[in-house]
Design a binder for this molecule. Structure first.
Ligand code: AMP
Ligand code: MN
Ligand code: MN
Length: 333
């Protein structure tokens, strides 16, 4: 089976180091990022199943509950929301996280002295915060380096593991339509389906499974939609969230929805949070780059999809972000 991208020698060395970490561990802790998406959840669950097949006892954790469109994945009920500092673990694996703050406070600083930290990720902005860093910035999803790891562990990429990897790939590519969805990725998807991955089930239950409340929220956000030359953006004030019963950890997936606006190349959503911050999601059409903007403002992501949170009121965060988006638009493309 060919997995998405080709491996360089450095990647092969790192893959071997990742394998050593996992093989030496009996009780690894796998961490998914806050406001979890299909990639972080699907990859965490796939690795969990592989490690169980090897006779190990992995734990999996995420500070936030899974959104309803991911709870159907095999093993989803095993997620814990907090891990005590003195938990009986011997390795920490960060899955689809670009920096240590993305554990959302789950990672205990004392662990740095005690356990190795393995990072498996695909963010261009990843700062290689682990002891071993398996990072593929060109990969469409963390599912690709993760698939390599699982296969190298000697576990076949089939059935439930294939379904989890499909969920990761399909959600992170918004239904296989990002710039990163190469022919090799499509071949790999096809191979996962042949190996028993539930393609239609994943499509139906992850992408075509927007809760009614979220649909209503989209309505509110769309009614506030603004179009400046080349930039489509909207805000979601706290009062409106409260009226709809939207929690701060609910990922409304507004950025992806907005990025369908034909007249725009860049897209931004601004969600007011209960802790006084504003959560910003940026999206860009192929050829445009929003990763540098997110990085500059303390967040991270990919060229086409990035995000960050800033303290301050909506107007200020909108103003600061729009200034950088206009810069990106003005760059020669
Ligand atoms: P979002 O807009 O939240 O869907 O995020 C888009 C992309 O940016 C995802 O790949 C996230 O992992 C990444 N991202 C979002 N927020 C942050 C953040 N605060 N720090 C680092 N990466 C982020
Ligand atoms: Mn993610
Ligand atoms: Mn991802």
């Amino acid at each position: 089976m060919t997995i998405g991208t080709t491996m360089t020698t450095t990647m092969t060395t790192v893959l071997n180091q990742a394998l050593e970490c996992l093989q030496a561990s009996q009780r690894p802790l796998l961490i998914a990022h806050p406001r979890p998406d299909g990639d972080t959840v699907g990859c965490t669950l796939a690795l969990r199943l592989a490690l169980i097949a090897l006779g190990k006892t992995p734990r999996i954790a995420c500070v936030h509950p899974l959104p309803g469109n991911l709870t159907h994945l095999p093993g989803a009920e095993a997620f814990e929301s907090a891990i005590p500092e003195d938990a009986d673990i011997d390795l920490v694996v960060a899955v689809d996280l670009s920096d240590l703050s993305r554990t959302g406070g789950l990672y205990q600083p004392a662990w740095a002295e005690r356990y190795p930290l393995l990072v498996i990720d695909h963010h261009a902005t990843n700062d290689a915060f682990g002891d071993v860093n398996l990072i593929e910035p060109e990969a469409a999803a963390t599912a690709l380096p993760m698939a390599r790891v699982i296969r190298a562990l000697g576990i076949p990429l089939r059935d439930d593991i294939a379904t989890c990897l499909l969920a990761a790939l399909i959600t992170d590519t918004r239904g296989l339509r990002t710039e990163t969805t190469t022919s090799a990725v499509l071949r790999f998807v096809s191979e996962l389906v042949e190996a028993g991955g539930n393609y239609l089930g994943v499509m139906q239950r992850t992408l075509d499974a927007v809760p009614y409340q979220q649909m209503k929220a989209w309505g509110v956000a769309l009614s506030r939609l603004q179009l400046e030359v080349g930039i489509a953006w909207t805000t979601f004030p706290l009062t409106e969230k409260q009226a709809l019963g939207i929690e701060d950890h609910d990922d409304l997936d507004l950025g992806n929805m907005l990025s369908q606006t034909r007249e725009a190349q860049l897209f931004a959503t601004f969600l007011e949070m209960r802790d006084g911050t504003v959560k910003v999601s940026l999206r860009a059409r192929p050829g445009y780059d929003v990763a540098w903007i997110a990085k500059q403002l303390g967040g991270g992501g990919h060229t086409q999809a990035a995000g960050y949170s800033l303290p301050g009121d909506l107007d200020t965060v909108v103003r600061d972000t729009m200034a950088l988006l206009r810069q990106e638009l003005a760059r020669p493309h």
